[in-house]
Design a protein. Structure first.
Length: 145
């Protein structure tokens, strides 16, 4: 699926609908796109769909931000941009984050190659003028559920 999102408001709204309709605990979503493409904005829109109203920041320096959701699951937002070597993920206990009751959004997943689970969904964001093009690819039954 491909869609053009004219601005931040459309990105937030689309992300909220996407999350509400297709993301369940146990899902892994890879986010691709250059710096400033809207990956964290997309995660913010997903979190807003859960009712979360706090600050949603890019975990560029912390590698992961954790959000407890009202349904008892946990959403983990990873940003692997500053990762020097995939083996660094072992030191942070990366496998412990991928549980049946958690949801993972991973920016720059190529930097964790070999240590990350396969994605259920991949989203690519590309700036186009004032907006962005979004391409969504399904690798499991995540969208059909």
């Amino acid at each position: 699926m491909s869609v053009f999102l004219a601005d931040e408001a459309e990105t937030l709204a689309f992300a909220g609908r996407f999350f509400s309709e297709h993301v369940r605990p146990g899902r892994v979503v890879y986010l691709h796109g250059q710096l400033g493409a809207g990956k964290t904005t997309f995660v913010r829109g997903c979190l807003r769909a859960t009712g979360y109203q706090g600050i949603v920041k890019s975990p560029t320096y912390t590698l992961v931000e954790e959000y407890r959701l009202d349904n008892g699951s946990t959403l983990y937002h990873f940003d692997l941009y500053r990762l020097n070597d995939p083996s660094e993920l072992e030191w942070m206990g990366i496998r412990d984050y991928f549980r049946p009751d958690s949801i993972a959004f991973i920016e720059w997943p190529d930097r964790g190659a070999g240590l990350l689970p396969a994605p259920d969904i991949e989203i690519t964001l590309e700036p186009q003028g004032q907006g962005r093009a979004l391409r969504l690819t399904e690798f499991s039954s995540a969208i059909a559920d």
